[in-house]
Design a protein around this ligand. Structure first.
Ligand code: AQP
Length: 328
């Protein structure tokens, strides 16, 4: 039976890129699939240094945000990765089937390792952990961004290797992708919007107040042309604002530009329009996040129940894996 698995790192409060690129899509998938697992992938987040107190807070904040966005914890299994030890266990097993060159060639490793003088082993092997996340639940459909496609290919490769060596345990999985463009940083429209980017002006977080949102959009980097036109390659700043506008309104770029032209909006005035759209859409979500953040025991209850349900599935797969490999 089809089963969805996806994850998000608790590296900060999710931003509008995470929302339109992932979370909102998950809310829709809950309606289409009977079995959806959504994982707060804390083991992935520790591949780079994290402050323990901040990480703990981020896990609860992420839980509150996902629920506020419409994740239904009864319909979906919402849980914290490190609370199901089988993730690490299966990752080790799959790591034994994975060659070094396969990991060395992955574009994300080349990109990320360059940022650190002495990158850790976790950063190198995290695609194997990602494969374990998916295979542990025998997930068939994996909603991820374009940057993750190589990792899903690795997952399929490791599943095949395992099945060939030890007998068929894992199904094949495929990527399911939304057609939303990557939302870019408001400070540097060449980079994507990111939770862990040090400058908070670069992103709109789901908990931002209307004033914060207006301020950040007002300060968003554009260019010296005042017209509102959509040209992601040559005018990435203003085009990013149009992407955000499109994602929150359902309008097309042409409609937005035509409207701006008819109302003689320059980029400054247009920014105010984008702010209003984003503020209105985020208001109910941020109100709910604040309410849920104040109810720690409810958040704990949700994660606990998710853990139990995930563990049942994970334990069954690990039994099969151990049996097949001669470990039991
Ligand atoms: N800017 C973005 N636009 C659209 N989608 C995005 N996603 C991330 N950034 C954008 C999607 O959000 C999901 C969860 O991402 P993640 O937390 O697992 O890691 P990430 O992709 O590395 O996201 P961040 O926000 O940049 O986090 P940090 O700073 O910790 O690395 C994914 O489906 C991703 O495609």
């Amino acid at each position: 039976p089809p089963r969805v698995f996806s994850g998000i790192q608790p590296t900060g409060v999710p931003h509008i890129g995470n929302y339109v690129g992932a979370i909102r899509n998950w809310v829709e998938l809950q309606k289409k699939y009977d079995s959806v697992l959504l994982c707060i992938v804390d083991l992935h987040s520790i591949t780079v240094p994290q402050d323990p107190q901040q990480l703990r807070q981020n896990i609860f904040d992420m839980t509150a945000c996902l629920l506020a966005c419409g994740i239904n914890p009864e319909r979906s299994i919402l849980f914290q990765q490190s609370h199901v030890a089988e993730h690490a266990e299966l990752a080790w097993t799959l790591g034994c089937l994975c060659t070094l060159p396969r990991l060395q060639h992955l574009p994300q490793w080349r990109e990320k390792s360059g940022k650190y003088k002495e990158p850790g082993l976790g950063l190198f092997t995290y695609p194997v952990l990602q494969a374990a996340d998916i295979l542990l639940y025998k997930a068939t459909d994996v909603p991820v961004g374009e940057d993750q496609i190589h990792h899903i290919e690795l997952t399929r490769h490791l599943a095949k290797s395992f099945n060939r060596n030890y007998g068929v345990v894992f199904p094949s999985c495929k990527v399911v992708m939304g057609d939303v463009p990557k939302i870019r940083s408001l400070r540097n429209p060449m980079a994507k919007m990111s939770k862990s980017e040090p400058n908070p002006l670069s992103r709109i977080e789901l908990t931002d107040s209307p004033d914060d949102i207006a301020e950040k959009i007002k300060k968003a980097v554009t260019d010296s042309t005042s017209e509102v036109t959509y040209a992601p390659d040559t005018r990435p700043g203003v085009s990013n604002l149009i992407d955000i506008h499109m994602a929150f309104s359902g309008l097309f770029a042409e409609e937005i530009c035509e409207h701006a032209y008819l109302k003689a909006l320059d980029t400054g005035l247009y920014k105010q329009e984008v702010s209003e759209v984003v503020i209105e859409k985020l208001r109910p979500i941020s109100d709910t996040i604040r309410r849920l953040q104040a109810d720690r025991s409810y958040l704990e209850k949700v994660l606990k129940s998710g853990q139990e349900r995930a563990k049942t599935l994970a334990g069954a797969t690990m039994c099969e894996v151990k049996q097949a490999m001669g470990l039991s």
